[in-house]
Design a protein around this ligand. Structure first.
Ligand code: ZN
Length: 145
């Protein structure tokens, strides 16, 4: 939850940027406007102005020679999105949904689920991981002919 005052669409966009910056940092240790632009399929000038806003609001800091990095607060938000992302995507994969469809649906819903729903999803994923025979039976049951 970023701020109750921000419209939902705005929060989704902010979360997408922080998620992308976090992942780029893990992947390359360097984050440029061009990288974000490519990852989010957004034009560089739009990325630049969003990054300026994120810096102003205390989510990212500009770093000499390294582009930028997340502040502790930005990192907290990013980790929460990434945690939601991996729970949803693992659940979808357990349901037999993979590849591009799973990715797009995960990106689509990760910002919109209530914390209670996410918590239940996490518990379901844990339960299924701990009960592989049940998971197999479930998969057989829903995969159909
Ligand atoms: Zn995501």
């Amino acid at each position: 939850m970023v701020s109750a005052l921000q419209p939902k669409r705005d929060v989704s966009r902010l979360e997408d940027y922080l998620e992308a910056i976090y992942n780029l940092n893990e992947e390359k240790g360097f984050i440029s406007v061009a990288d974000i632009s490519e990852k989010l399929k957004v034009k560089p000038p739009t990325v630049s102005s969003m990054v300026a806003r994120l810096a102003k609001e205390g989510y990212v800091e500009r770093v000499k020679y390294r582009g930028m990095k997340l502040t502790p607060n930005g990192s907290k938000v990013a980790r929460s999105v990434i945690r939601r992302h991996s729970t949803i995507s693992e659940l979808l994969s357990m349901l037999g949904v993979g590849g591009e469809v799973a990715y797009e649906d995960t990106e689509g819903i990760e910002h919109h689920l209530h914390p209670v729903t996410i918590q239940r999803f996490e518990r379901l994923v844990d339960f299924l991981r701990q009960n592989p025979e049940f998971l197999e039976r479930m998969k057989e049951g829903i995969e159909g002919a």
